[in-house]
Every structure is written in C-alpha cells, then in structure tokens.
Design a binder for this molecule. Structure first.
Ligand code: PCA
Length: 209
C-alpha cells in the first residue's frame, strides 16, 4: 500500500511551514505502507498539478495532504472541500483569487474520503488533541482539498484522499496563538497513516420513529 503525503512551503510572513517540517521527519515505511512525501508550493493550480503528476507517477492508494492552520489548537481533519477560491492574502506567486470557482465543471463541494471519525478516535486514544473541521477555509488548503477530490472523481482513480490541518509549532513564535510540538504532530501523522485503511466508525444507529 502506498500513501502520498504532501506538505506546503512556507507562506505569508512565516519562514517555516510545520506541515513540511513534519512530513520530512516521517519514516518512509510506516506499518508496511510506503510513504511518499512531496512538497507543494502555496500557489493556486501549481500545487494541484504537482499532486496530479505525483498521483499518476506513484499510483498511491491514499493521498494525505497536510497544511498549517494558524490559530487552531488541535489537529483538525477536514470533512469537505468547497468549489471556491476567496483568498485573504496573495499566494506565493502573487495570485489573489476572489470568489472564483476552482473548477467550473465541478460540484459545489466534495466530502473527503478517509475514515475521518475513526482517525480522530485514534488520535484521542493517543492523547493528541484532534477534531473534525467542517471548513478548510477558502485559500490554497481548501483549493487542494477540493481539487484532489475533483480529479480523482473525474478520472475515476481508485484512491482515497483527505486533508489534515495542523497548528503552528512553538518555534514560529506566534506568541498569542496556540501551538503544538512538532514531535506531537509527527506522531499524529504516523498514527493517521497507520490507521488510514481502517473502516470508518458507524456514525449512529439512527432510530426510526
Ligand atoms: N496553509 C494554508 C495554505 C498552505 C498552508 O499550509 C491554508 O490553510 O490554506
């Protein structure tokens, strides 16, 4: 089994991006799964095109994209990507896309396809703070969350994909924002990869009345 895992380059005023630092520290084999790390630029479409090339080259079973979510206090697994770019800042090539569809021929939104709730459960069992997020924002992380789902569905690629946002690390010195030690983030990603092929937990029994 192969897991393609991406991290982003630094962007905005930050000199490092913990998503890239974290994926660089992962072993290349976790629980018998081959881990293929790839760095993405924080640039609309360039990020996606690099991922699509990597998907075609490596034919992974899973695509796990990681990004920084400054201000969040825990590991958040994204449930959904939406078909809109509405950038609050420039991407790393100076693009500011406002209220533009990512793909004109795409659905309004796509759910991610990892066992998100099961992965949250695993992280909590290991005492790593984690929760489901219902918005990946409207910048490049949502662009990638949405764009990967669009690509996999359009080209009928049998591969599951999801997105994980991580907090700042203390070394970034965002003193008024929460942060998480890089070692904990690396542990979280290791657990996620270990359990990436688990069954999703049953959501509810759903009483009929
Ligand atoms: N975080 C940004 C883009 C790159 C990253 O690491 C985001 O949340 O959109």
């Amino acid at each position: 089994m192969k897991v393609l895992i991406s991290g982003f380059a630094p962007f905005g005023k930050d000199k490092v991006n913990p998503s890239l630092e974290a994926i660089r520290q992962l072993p290349l084999l976790i629980d018998n799964k081959i881990v293929i790390p790839i760095e993405l630029p924080v640039v609309a479409y360039e990020s996606l095109n690099l991922l699509f090339e990597a998907i075609e080259t490596h034919k992974p079973d899973y695509v796990l994209c990681i990004g920084q979510a400054g201000g969040r206090k825990d590991i958040t697994i994204e449930r959904i990507g939406i078909n809109i770019d509405d950038f609050g800042i420039e991407d790393n090539k100076g693009n500011i896309r406002i209220d533009q569809a990512i793909y004109e021929d795409g659905a309004d939104a796509y759910f991610t396809t990892l066992p998100n709730k099961r992965l949250i459960e695993v992280l909590k069992q290991h005492e790593i703070p984690a929760s489901i997020s219902n918005t990946a924002g409207t910048f490049v992380c949502n662009h990638v969350t949405y764009g990967v789902q669009h690509y996999l569905r359009k080209h009928r690629v049998h591969c599951k994909a999801g997105f994980v946002h991580i907090p700042y690390i203390p070394q970034q010195n965002h003193l008024n924002s929460p942060s998480m030690e890089l070692s904990m983030i690396v542990n979280a990603l290791t657990h996620i990869i270990t359990h990436i092929s688990d069954e999703e937990i049953i959501k509810s029994e759903g009483k009929i009345c």
